[in-house]
Design a protein around this ligand. Structure first.
Ligand code: FCB
Length: 444
């Protein structure tokens, strides 16, 4: 008998999240593929290549694993460049492929959540400036209509855009994503166009499918002033917090996007969310740093002694999950919330079990305040192509051998299966998979 367990409400969604370019393979008609072919952009010159070969049919194996592991939902994305390979051409076979995948989820008892845009753009769109101009808005709307008409029998939970803040800031301010520009003003214009695109998609989806639930996934980073007694750190923390986290949400809630460079009007975006998707990974410490003008004079880091992932990309800071949900509840009282991504890169799985248990514990705490968290999607089901970090980061519950395409289960997959099956986390599970945090979760 477990001495205690943390139960979740009936109907809670338990799943994993994936993105088309990261798992499908041979997505050679988008801007990321082109970027990977050039030297110097991806760690070790790695390429997405065959990825997890989902386009070749290996999604079946991975969906089997998810279903056998008790997952009742899955978040995936569709690839615009496959569905609309040229401005005047739709690929019905690609749509049929996605239909089969969603049917595959349904047949395995999993509810699909479909993301329409997850970082990739068709080359033809990129050629005339991608999201830099408002011309993208009707194009994204048209694409959305096509997808929703094709997939509406299998899906009613839609995520328009994944992490518009990261897409805009990484591609147009930090320059780590294509097109590698470093122009904050342009980054904010891109984000405003994404808010407009989101709004157009929101209305288009509801026009086709009135019962749909539509939102977007925000990458939310809680931040702390590194030296709380030092006013410049506190000021800097607020500047970065607002710049990174707040532009898109303010556009959606008020119709005016608040950016570090001023306000942008996006009236059509006001009120266009049925839920808020939260991608939470870690908490940043912030110091004021004169040497970083390009980053608005802020330096973000993890404090010494943090429980770090393999490459130091993520620190295990579960309280940040609670803080994230609390921020959302305070900002949008009553709005349903879904944790659309959360996970850690760890090839030998020594951190993941405790990361998973501790984060789910924090979600449980939130649920106990009756805060409307409706589901959790772990990033990710199987190791996949991690953007500019290539294959150096292993986020999967399942390990992928890129050369042979063989999958191998990590212990975390078993822990997650027990959580999903029980609809909760028990002291027995923690004792079995991550005894090192037992005292933290079940003090007594
Ligand atoms: C998020 C992305 C996702 C994945 C994880 C690790 O920012 O949405 O595609 O790369 O980070």
């Amino acid at each position: 008998m477990p001495i205690a367990s943390f139960h979740f409400p009936k109907g809670f969604l338990w799943g994993a999240a994936t993105a088309a370019h990261q798992v499908e393979g041979n997505n050679n008609n988008n801007q990321w593929w082109a970027w990977e072919q050039q030297e110097g952009y991806i760690v070790n010159g790695e390429k997405s290549g065959l990825a997890c070969d989902w386009w070749g049919g290996r999604w079946k194996e991975d969906f089997d694993h998810a279903a056998q592991g008790g997952q009742n939902a899955h978040r995936l994305s569709v690839e615009w460049s496959r569905i609309q390979p040229a401005p005047d051409r739709w690929d019905e076979d690609a749509l049929e492929h996605y239909r089969q995948m969603l049917l595959g989820l349904r047949e395995r008892g999993m509810i699909p959540m479909v993301t329409l845009h997850h970082f990739t753009d068709p080359l033809w769109l990129d050629d005339f400036g991608g999201w830099e101009t408002e011309a993208v808005v009707p194009l994204f709307e048209k694409f959305t209509r096509k997808v929703v008409e094709a997939l509406k029998d299998y899906c009613s939970l839609w995520c328009t855009i994944n992490e518009p803040n990261i897409y805009a800031l990484s591609g147009y301010a930090a320059g780590a994503f294509p097109p590698g520009k470093k122009d904050l003003r342009l980054a904010m214009r891109v984000q405003a166009n994404m808010a407009r695109g989101h709004a157009a998609a929101y209305r288009a989806i509801h026009a086709i499918q009135p019962e749909a639930r539509v939102g977007y996934a925000l990458h939310y980073r809680p931040m702390l002033a590194a030296r709380p007694g030092f006013p410049l750190d506190r000021l800097e923390r607020n500047i970065l917090f607002n710049a990174i986290n707040m532009a898109f949400p303010t556009a959606i809630s008020t119709g005016v996007m608040r950016t570090p460079l001023g306000k942008v009007r996006t009236p059509e975006a006001k009120g266009t969310q049925d839920y808020l998707g939260l991608n939470y990974y870690s908490v940043d410490s912030v110091t004021f740093d004169l040497r970083k003008p390009g980053e608005l004079f802020g330096h973000r880091f993890y404090p010494q002694g943090s429980d770090l992932s393999d490459t130091g990309f993520i620190a295990n800071m579960p309280e940040g999950m609670f803080a994230t949900i609390k921020w959302a509840v305070n900002s949008y009282p009553g709005l349903p919330l879904i944790v659309t991504e959360n996970g850690i890169e760890c090839a030998d799985d020594h951190i993941r079990p405790r990361y998973l248990a501790q984060h789910i514990h924090q979600i449980w705490r939130a649920v106990n305040f009756n805060w409307p968290v409706k589901g959790y999607f772990h990033w990710s089901l199987v190791d996949n192509f991690e953007w500019e970090r290539g294959w150096t980061q292993r986020f999967g519950l399942w390990e992928l051998n890129i050369r042979t395409q063989a999958r191998r289960k990590r212990p975390s997959a078993d822990l997650y299966a027990e959580i999903c099956t029980e609809n909760g986390l028990s002291s027995e599970m923690v004792q079995k998979y991550c005894p090192e945090v037992f005292e933290k979760l079940f003090p007594g």
